[in-house]
Structures are given as structure tokens and as C-alpha cells.
Design a protein around this ligand. Structure first.
Ligand code: GLU
Ligand code: ZN
Length: 499
């Protein structure tokens, strides 16, 4: 049953770090947040978590913005959109983080930790040997003011650690149900590095609080940070930075790739760029991403982004790992291509033909016309837009430039094909009105009826000679579009090359 209650006060966020290229896992997270916001008539916030200057890049930031646009995941607040809780790039909020940490320290929710990485490692090792938990041991928790002053005077540049309250934590996860974490599994953690860089552990929950986020939907890999974030919200309330309750959390299932391991950012089928280059439609990809953990119900797998928004119910997200299946993604994309109008499909194919140098940018009116006339012939024959290029190339290159696929030539344009090619040439040369019926009648009369050939043996060589490939739009239509002169000249060329 479709859940109908909506809550317009919902505020969710998508908050990637701009490192590397946009990938499937993060876009699934973005989509689910978007759908949850839209379903509720709430607000979708886009925040950039760029506090790690060593890893973040402007290119990656721009790619993120552009990717959300391409997928149609419009945001209500964030970069370029603005909003009353900005700025939405964390690199522009550093003063706020520094001030907040100072307040947390004043109120003793946080303390300076002077331990060096080496000391920490040695004590971890020791703990392991003695069978104690290896997390931070609270070494600097209770230094006296004099001890701290001494360390500072000696040139110490401490990290700032959050003081966990020593209580267990629990929450009702929107996807996974009740989750409980015992106090001993959540040691004090670092908020700010010794060099002053604030960490995710601080800035993410702080901004969630300040941006009044009500629901945090994110990948399961972040589940272990939730108890620490819950503790931090308590502290933020303690210092009067927020008076809101904690957000509700929902941890979205892992996405598994080949061989039952987690899909990695580095897997080629993870990369959004791969989908765009090979002609997946945003409609198709969004539809497929939606299926990674959610379903619209009743075995239905084909639905639009709008339908997803209307029906999105977080309680129906499946906590079990979702399996990524490129074949299925491609099949759904094919369904979406078939859903496009012919005019729309021409539009979407244009950049692929331009990139392949088959048409000019912008295309000439003859090229537009040729494209419009061939689109109906290939509309149902592809699952990705890039597949159109080899199929229709023959219409956009000169006779001299047409390259025949060498494999197809080997298979089909053999010496035995000579009589069929010659007969086809003669029959077509005699056609007076160059239209579909006359072309078909001429070829059938001469090759099938006249020579008694099976259609495949009759038309295969003609197809390769004229279109360059065994896979092309329907033959008679292709000949009609190509025109008499080119059709005859291409047949002639193959006859000569065999002779
Ligand atoms: N910047 C974090 C990431 O990209 C955000 C995680 C979260 O949603 O809390 O992993
Ligand atoms: Zn310490």
C-alpha cells in the first residue's frame, strides 16, 4: 500500500566530499534523499563537505554539481541555489567550526589530546596484547590545567578530542530498526587535527544541526559514526548551539558488485561518466538506481523519477544488500529509450553523432533531416544511445569514406556472394521510382524468386556492402534513405573488390 502521510518539515541533505568522480553509490544516496524530500514536500539540501584540502578538488566539485543536474536531482538549498543556512560549502564555514570547538572545550565536552601517532600506536598494540579494546584509552582526558599549559608551552599542538559520556547509545533506524551500541565500543574521538583541520566527525553533525536536518539517509558504511554523532548533538544542545532533537537516521543498504563483494568506486560500472559516455539516459539510470534497495511494489521495475517521488516510502527500503546488475540497468535503459518520442531521441543522439564526427556542430539541415528519417528505423533496436552510431554511420559518410566492418566482410562478403551482389546491382539499377516498394520488389524478384536464394544469403551481402555492417536498420528502408546513386556505387565497389 502506498503510504500517504507527508511531512513538509522534512529537511534532508546530500553531502558528498568532492574527491574523485561521482559514482553510483553516492548517486543512489542522493536520489533516495531527493525522493524522500519530494515525497514529503520537504527540503533537499546539497552540501559540499570540502574540509580536506589535500583530497578535495574543484573539478570534482563541479562534476558533482553537474551530475546532480544531469540526473534531474534538483536541490532547494546548496551551491548556486543559496538558502538561509549557507554557506553550503564547508570550506567557507571554517571560522564557525573553530568557534564551535572552542565552545565545546570551554564546556569540557572536548579536550586537547597531546598524544603523538607513535604513542597512540604503541598503546593500541599494548591493548591488543592484553586483550583490551584498541580504541583511544582516554590518556589525555583528565590532564590538569597546569599539565596542559606545560604541554602547550613545550610546543604541543594537540588534536581536540570529544569526551564521550560513557553511556550506551541506541536509535530506531528508519531502515534497519533498533540499533544499540555499548559505551565501551565508542571511545573518545578526534574533532580537530593538531594542525587545526576540522574533521568529518565534527563538521557533519554540526552542520546537520545548524541546517536543521531532520532525517539523515546515508550509506550503511557510515553506521558506525552514528553513536558518536548522537553524542555530539547532545553536546551541541549543551552549549546552546541547537535546541532541536536528533535527526532520524536511515542507513541505506550496501551495493554489491561482481563476485559478491561491495561495489567499489573504482569499478568501471561505478562511474557516472561511463554511463553518460555510453548513452544511458538520466531517466534510465535514475530508474535503475531507485531499484538498489527500494521497489515501487508489485514486481514493477519500470517507473519514472516522478513516480518514485510520489511513492517513496523509507520504511520500504530493504536493509539487505542490493545487487548491482549492469545487464538489468541496460535493459531498463532500453525501455526508456523506447519511451522517448522520435524527436526527443534525435535530440539525445545528436551529441553522440557530433562526437563521432558524423554530423557538424550544429548539424546542417540535411543532417537533421537524415537523422529524423533514420530514427524511426532504429528506435527499438538499441539499449544505449552509443549503439546508434555504428548502425547509422552509413547514412552520414560519403561512399568513399564508408568503412566496412572487417569481421562482417570476412563473414559475408565472400566470393560466393558475387552473383547476389551483381543481381542486386542490376535489379536496383532498373528501378525507376526509388521508393520502398520498388526497392523491395526488385530485390525479392531477382534474388529470392529469380535466384532461389534464402533471404539471409541474398540480403546479407547487400547489407554489408551498403551499410558496412551486418547489424543495421532494416535493409530496404536503409537503401531508400541512402538513395539510388550511393546504393549503386557502394554495391559496385564491393563487386569490384571481390572481382
Ligand atoms: N561527506 C560524507 C561522505 O561523503 C557524508 C556522509 C554522510 O552522509 O553523513 O561520506
Ligand atoms: Zn591523548
Amino acid at each position: 500500500m502506498t503510504e500517504t502521510t507527508v511531512d513538509a518539515t522534512v529537511r534532508v541533505r546530500f553531502c558528498p566530499s568532492p574527491t574523485g568522480n561521482p559514482h553510483v553509490g553516492m548517486l543512489r544516496t542522493a536520489l533516495f534523499n531527493w525522493a524522500f524530500a519530494r515525497h514529503n514536500g520537504g527540503t533537499f539540501v546539497f552540501r559540499i563537505e570540502d574540509t580536506d584540502s589535500a583530497r578535495d578538488s574543484e573539478d570534482s566539485y563541479l562534476a558533482l554539481v553537474e551530475s546532480l543536474r544531469w540526473l534531474g536531482l534538483d536541490w532547494d538549498e546548496g551551491p548556486e541555489a543559496g538558502g538561509e543556512y549557507g554557506p553550503y560549502r564547508q570550506s567557507e564555514r571554517l571560522q564557525l567550526y573553530a568557534d564551535t570547538v572552542e565552545r565545546l572545550r570551554q564546556a569540557d565536552y572536548a579536550y586537547p589530546c597531546f598524544c603523538t601517532p607513535k604513542e597512540l600506536e604503541e598503546r593500541r598494540e599494548q591493548a591488543r596484547k592484553e586483550g583490551r579494546p584498541p580504541g583511544y584509552d582516554g590518556h589525555c582526558r583528565n590532564l590538569s590545567d597546569t599539565e596542559r599549559d606545560d604541554r602547550y608551552r613545550a610546543g604541543g599542538r594537540p588534536a581536540i578530542r570529544f569526551r564521550m559520556p560513557g553511556t550506551d547509545f541506541a536509535w530506531d533506524d528508519l531502515v534497519r530498526g533498533r540499533i544499540e551500541v555499548a559505551a565501551e565500543n565508542i571511545p573518545d574521538f578526534v574533532l580537530v587535527r593538531g594542525n587545526g583541520d576540522p574533521l568529518y566527525t565534527l563538521v557533519n553533525p554540526l552542520d546537520d544541526a545548524l541546517m536543521q536536518i531532520t532525517h539523515v539517509l546515508r550509506g550503511e558504511d557510515l553506521l558506525s559514526s552514528t553513536p558518536r554523532q548522537l553524542a555530539l548533538y547532545d553536546a551541541l544542545r549543551g552549549i546552546g548551539m541547537t535546541d532541536l532533537p536528533n535527526p532520524q537516521f536511515g542507513h541505506l543498504p550496501y551495493v554489491m558488485g561482481e563476485g559478491n563483494r561491495k561495489l567499489s568506486k573504482r569499478d568501471p560500472e561505478s562511474s557516472l561518466a561511463m554511463y553518460r559516455q555510453s548513452g544511458y539516459l538520466p531517466e534510465g539510470l535514475v530508474n535503475y538506481l531507485a531499484l538498489l534497495g527500494w521497489s515501487i511494489g508489485e514486481d514493477r521495475e519500470f517507473f519514472s523519477q516522478q513516480e518514485m517521488a510520489e511513492n517513496f516510502d523509507i520504511s520500504r527500503v530493504n536493509p539487505n544488500p542490493a545487487r548491482f546488475d549492469l545487464k538489468k540497468c541496460t535493459a531498463i535503459n532500453g525501455d526508456w529509450i523506447r519511451e522517448l518520442s522520435e524527436a526527443e531521441l534525435s535530440q539525445r543522439l545528436r551529441p553522440f553523432l557530433i562526437a563521432a564526427n558524423l554530423i557538424a556542430d550544429p548539424p546542417t539541415s540535411e543532417q537533421e533531416e537524415a537523422l529524423a528519417s533514420v530514427v524511426p528505423l532504429i528506435h527499438t533496436r538499441m539499449d544505449r544511445l552509443d549503439q546508434a552510431v555504428p548502425m547509422i554511420e552509413f547514412l552520414f559518410v560519403s561512399d568513399a569514406d564508408l568503412e566496412l566492418d572487417p569481421k562482417d566482410v570476412d563473414k559475408v562478403l565472400k566470393p560466393e556472394a558475387m552473383p547476389a551482389l551483381e543481381a542486386a546491382h542490376n535489379a536496383l539499377a532498373a528501378v525507376t521510382v526509388w521508393d520502398l516498394e520498388s526497392i523491395e520488389a526488385a530485390l525479392r524478384d531477382s534474388l529470392i524468386d529469380g535466384m532461389g536464394l534464402k533471404p539471409r544469403l541474398a540480403f546479407g551481402p547487400v547489407r554489408v556492402a551498403v551499410t558496412g555492417r551486418r547489424v543495421s536498420p532494416p535493409l530496404f528502408e536503409s537503401l531508400e534513405l541512402l538513395g539510388r546513386e550511393s546504393s549503386l556505387s557502394r554495391l559496385q565497389r564491393s563487386i569490384e573488390s571481390l572481382g
